[in-house]
Design a protein around this ligand. Sequence first.
Ligand code: NAD
Length: 453
Amino acid sequence: MSDFLLRLAEQPATRSLIKSIGLPTPQKLARASGAYADEPLAGRRVLFGASQGAFAANTVENALKDAGADLDKSAPTTLGDEHKFNALVFDATGLTGASDLRQLYDFFHPVIRKIKANARIVVLAQNPATAADVHSSTAARAVEGFVRSMGKEIGKKGATANLINVQKGAEKYSVGPLRFFLSDHSTYVDAQAVTVNKPKKAPTKIAYSQALAGKTALVTGGARGIGAATAARLAAEGAKVVVLDIPADAETLQATADRIGGEALALDITGADTPQAIVDYFSSKGGLDIVVHNAGVTRDKTLANMKEKFWDMVQAINLEAILRVDDALLEAGTLNDHARVVCLSSIGGIAGNMGQTNYGATKAGLIGYVAARSDELAAKGIIFNAAAPGFIETRMTAEMPLMIREAGRRMNSMSQGGLPEDVAELICFLSTPGAAGIAGNVVRVCGQSLIGA
Ligand code: NAD
């Protein structure tokens, strides 16, 4: 599970050697440790600009100040290396037609070389679906192509570019994603567009630090990998976490639970009695606030060679069990108001993968599932989203044949795989009150993978 090329690239002695033979030299990615800070941008130099008529500009500027940013509102005409920026933020919510796109060029062109390693770029645009007219909607949608292309140009620096599509009137809900995308908590979430709308049932309070205090969470497949990292991250943010995994892994599961001061539930998620057992367990604990449907398996074979039992097994674990558990939780009223449900999809569910008809179907199904659920439960503030990882260094990817593994690991803007902790950060963010405007979205954590791009 270790990336040998990344280790060589980190050493000055071997870095030039791997460069000279034409191999990629991945940037060591900056990663946050522990919980959210009150001022995640303290000491960071941020350049902020806004298009004419931008409606989120005041909210964004105040949010940057609250987050402790060292704010510049215009770039000096001559910029030395010592003046490089940690972040560039542009509010493009005022764009009303195609010719307005020039404002993106005018803001970014002079400064795009003046960003530090691991810099963050965030652009805000109107939600194209709720823009006032055809021309505004076209311009808003164009921003996505701009941001994704920019992401490909800066990824080798470990830098990311992300987009917040915000509905007019929902500006305050763009603060959560803005803080997340600008911080080191969002490492490996690159070239994503989240849609922020006004929630039907707004959270009573939005806390950006110790954001999950008092919440109860369930993480399935929590013994190891992405699930264990997620459980640790939710616990660090103040949640009481219960990890669930198969009885055969009860020992590893208990050890994971003990490490984070949580509890272990040794159950097979596909068991006929499992949904009711989960309902009973959490009903006596004041219900559930966060569910992370993480348990998942691959059984890859081309369709022609796939055995029936491996088709059925992947469907049962990755998709059918999730629907059955959620149906039971909803029917019993075990999901509290404002609950968050995050499903683990995959870039394989977006682009499809050779040998993964079974897996791809389940992971695409989850994208449809969270979208379909998002309207249904909005009145209770219950929100469903999906996180779609790319190549993440876990047991699952360690089992891939060498050449496929190496291709998957390198074919992204950052020339490296992500860590379970990177996925955990995205799931944690989607579980916080700061993400209350994001519903039915699928957000990739893939370093802008070329697969499923
Ligand atoms: P992993 O194999 O390391 O962990 C998965 C966990 O799920 C295991 O602990 C396993 O015991 C548990 N599990 C499997 N079947 C179960 C069942 N029937 N009941 C209860 N628990 C069960 O895998 P991971 O890489 O951490 O993947 C976690 C999730 O992320 C999966 O849904 C996977 O499809 C998704 N994902 C992973 C990657 C990646 O690159 N690793 C990429 C895209 C999506």
